[in-house]
Design a protein around this ligand. Structure first.
Ligand code: BES
Ligand code: ZN
Ligand code: ZN
Length: 461
């Protein structure tokens, strides 16, 4: 969306008048300029007004619930002509920001592989004294990072190969992010049996990518490390996925794409926070050399794992990255992963699962989740779940009980941490099969706004 801020008065053309109270609306309606007939009351906050052959709408912002304003913005986008004037008569800068956010998040299509695309971005001219150019610029970078994450998730594995993904991650360098890539020989030297094991059946060599934003004036002495699952396609391995369970598995790098998306945003906005992102990247496929159930692998930490199900691959690659995170002496490590069908069945597309060892920051993340409407539900780490990971021949198995898999997977990861840690299972919200308001079908970018808000609440006053 092309959004420009103007200070001058209202012009001819498609117009949307934004108010924050019925009183303001009434005064505007009495004004000559707005002397219009209310055609019908569409919802309690949206009034549709027609003046002769000109279309005008009044958007009534909600004072308390920002999500209503995002939804209202998204709802109106379809009514926009190619060029629309927004005339902000409200006194609600938070409300108008959320309204614009919903509007911009909705203006998205992934159509690069369509030979005939009918989607056109809208142009919006905002006349407002409630928002600054800085606000608009922040919204633009937020939306562009969310769209980057959506695009990555939507890319199929025959296009977004390991090398291509690495190339795109390296483009973050232009923002001042440093990027270091460890390939197979280095992973072998580091004994990363989890990443290498999953990678055995893959077409392309695995990679562990370290991307870092380290500003001069960072507010944290010790870095915050973000770890993201980067399985470019999950066939399940030899425990192959059946039926249509494999259909959306190009999205299994949703975790990596989320943490890289938020890094892009943090770097664009130059937040004063030292962040390291670790993304283990591989496919989980079959080529005759893949892992089979019963195989024992030795992890980067030295622990041995009996692989009882090759479809529980995410935890294997994350575990090595989590061990690797230790060497940065982190203040906190947050991992994000499309990890279990179990989490998906709990949250559907409506939110994500959270668990971990850092109660204070779990609380802060939940709060950020409410702020941006990327909500989190905490699962309990009851010790009984850990017992289910016992192996008769190795230190642990990668499986656990069939019930409570989301927690078993969390406990598996807990074996590889020795710092404050939070795990986000985004299997539910990362990818949708239907669109909903400002969330498109396909990749949603879930987690980018959540983590950005968390960092802002924590480090920016
Ligand atoms: N990538 C899947 C989890 C998933 C499922 C993500 C649905 C998004 C939507 C993961 O690798 C997986 O297959 N997990 C298995 C683990 C099981 C074999 C222990 C699962 O959850 O079924
Ligand atoms: Zn799997
Ligand atoms: Zn997976």
């Amino acid at each position: 969306m092309e959004l420009v801020l103007e200070k001058e008065g209202i012009k001819k053309g498609n117009k949307i008048i934004i108010v924050d109270s019925k009183k303001v609306l009434k005064s505007k309606l009495n004004d000559k300029e707005y002397k219009v007939a209310i055609a019908k009351l569409k919802t309690d906050y949206l009034v549709d007004i027609s003046v002769l052959d000109e279309q005008k709408y009044v958007a009534l912002l909600n004072v308390k619930h920002q999500e209503k304003n995002r939804k209202l913005g998204a709802e109106l986008v379809d009514k926009f002509s190619e060029r629309t004037f927004l005339y902000d008569c409200s006194n609600n800068s938070k409300g108008i920001s959320s309204f614009l956010e919903g509007m911009m998040l909705k203006d998205y299509a992934f159509n690069k592989y369509k030979t005939k695309a009918d989607f056109k971005h809208k142009k919006v001219i905002l006349i407002s004294s409630n928002v600054s150019l800085g606000n608009i610029q922040e919204l633009k970078s937020l939306v562009s990072s969310v769209f980057q994450t959506r695009d990555w998730v939507n890319e199929p594995v025959n296009k977004l190969t390991t090398n291509q993904y690495i190339k795109e991650i390296k483009s973050l360098k232009s923002l001042g992010v440093s990027v270091e890539v460890f390939r197979k020989s280095k992973l072998e030297a580091l004994n990363m049996g989890g990443i290498l094991g999953v990678n055995q059946g893959s077409h392309d060599e695995a990679a562990l990518v370290k991307s870092e934003w380290k500003p001069k004036k960072s507010k944290n002495q010790k870095p915050i490390v973000l770890v993201g699952k980067g399985v470019l396609f999950d066939t399940g391995g030899i425990n192959i996925k059946t039926g249509n369970f494999m259909n959306d598995m190009k999205a299994d790098m949703g975790g990596a794409s989320t943490v890289l998306g938020v890094l892009k945003l943090i770097a664009t906005q130059e937040l004063p926070v030292h962040v390291i992102v670790l993304t283990p990247i591989t496919e989980n496929r079959i080529n005759g050399k893949e892992l089979v159930p019963g195989d024992v692998i030795k992890m980067h930490s030295g622990k041995t794992v009996e692989v009882l199900n090759t479809d529980a691959e995410g935890r294997l690659i994350l575990a090595d990255a989590l061990t690797f995170a230790q060497k940065f002496n982190p203040l906190l490590v947050i991992d994000a992963a499309t990890l279990t069908g179990s989490a998906y069945r709990i949250t559907a597309n409506h939110g994500a699962v959270i668990m971990g060892t850092d109660e204070k920051n779990i609380k802060a993340l939940k709060k950020a989740g409410e702020d941006v409407y990327e909500r989190l539900i905490e699962l309990p780490m009851w010790e009984e779940f850990e017992e289910a990971l016992k192996s008769s021949i190795a230190d642990i198995t990668n499986l656990g009980s069939s019930e409570g898999q989301a927690v078993c997977a969390g406990f598996f990861l807990k074996n590889f941490i020795d710092y404050p840690w939070i795990h986000l299972d985004i299997a539910g919200p990362a990818f949708r099969n239907t669109e909903s308001c400002y969330l498109p079908k396909g990749g949603t970018g879930f987690g980018v706004r959540l983590l950005y808000q968390f960092f802002k609440n924590k480090f920016v006053v």
